[in-house]
Write a protein that binds this ligand. Structure first.
Ligand SMILES: Nc1ncnc2c1ncn2[C@@H]1O[C@H](COP(=O)(O)OP(=O)(O)OP(=O)(O)O)[C@@H](O)[C@H]1O
Ligand SMILES: [Mg+2]
Length: 252
């Protein structure tokens, strides 16, 4: 069992953004996290990655409590993520963004690397090679030296995915990785996510594209107003009356 959430809650003032949520994500599993806008999906990812502390409940990674740990400690335990609002350094190349991401994750002094002290050079070279391999994996080899602000939205998302995967995480958290992508790009990301899970990593995926969720996910958890309203296989979720009502409610 890789990730376990037990009765996790997070309130913002009077808003219960996540309300007593329990579910688990196993190694090798692609677990979908879906729900209407404002359901609490991003808040839940922020709780797992350490950006937010829960106001109740527990989060365990392989049986070890991680709730309350700062993001760098959670990352050091093998958790990597992408963001709904892309977080890249616009003036840096795609490759440098992936490299910098690795430094931040290690929480090592960046200045030491920027000075390129001899002791840091080998590590720097390894980080760069990992970055280039990661970019190749998301189909961005030719764009490695392009500055992030010159990349399309879909390409920027792919750089974020490469940055997350460069850490060789055991658990990958993806917040709407295909948003703004064309269907070909989205299909390529779906294939990549499956590959990543096949390597034995756990994937928790927030995704609005229902068809993609249905095709890709092993299991799905549905949030509505912070609460888990359904859990199961895509087929089970697809015919769950509470899920159908939540989505119809959104479109009215
Ligand atoms: N930092 C914050 N301060 C106050 N309220 C917040 C904060 N972050 C989220 N919320 C509120 O918590 C609720 C859940 O938001 P969240 O962003 O987690 O939803 P979501 O499911 O990711 O939605 P979307 O599909 O639109 O991305 C919303 O009511 C939101 O306004
Ligand atoms: Mg969100």
């Amino acid at each position: 069992m890789s990730l376990l959430l037990g009765g996790v809650s997070r309130a913002f003032g009077g808003v219960r953004a996540v309300d007593d949520a329990s579910f688990s994500v196993a190694d090798g599993e692609v677990h979908g996290l879906i729900g209407p806008n404002g359901a609490g999906k991003t808040t839940l990812l922020n709780l797992v990655s350490g950006l937010l502390r829960p106001t109740g409940g527990k989060i365990e990674l392989d049986g070890r409590r991680i709730d309350g740990l700062p993001p760098n400690r959670v990352a050091a335990l093998g958790v990597a993520r992408t963001y709904q609002n892309i977080r890249l350094f616009g003036g840096l190349s795609a490759a440098d963004n992936v490299v910098v991401g690795q430094h931040l994750r290690r929480n090592a002094p960046v200045w030491r690397r920027l000075l390129l002290l001899p002791s840091a050079r080998n590590e720097e070279r390894a980080a760069r090679e990992a970055a280039e391999a990661g970019l190749a994996r998301v189909g961005m080899r030719e764009r490695a030296l392009t500055r992030a602000f010159n990349l399309s939205y879909g390409e920027q998302r792919r750089v974020e995915i490469a940055r997350a995967l460069a850490a060789q995480p055991r658990l990958v958290l993806l917040d709407e990785p295909t948003a703004g992508m064309n269907p070909n790009e989205a299909a390529a990301v779906a294939r990549l996510v499956r590959e990543v899970a096949n390597e034995g990593r756990a994937v928790l995926l927030i995704e609005h594209n229902v068809r993609l969720v249905m095709e890709l996910c092993d299991r799905v958890t549905v949030l509505n107003f912070g609460k888990v309203i359904a859990r199961g296989t895509p087929v089970e979720i697809g015919k769950d009356p509470a899920v159908i009502a939540a989505y119809l409610g959104e479109s009215q």
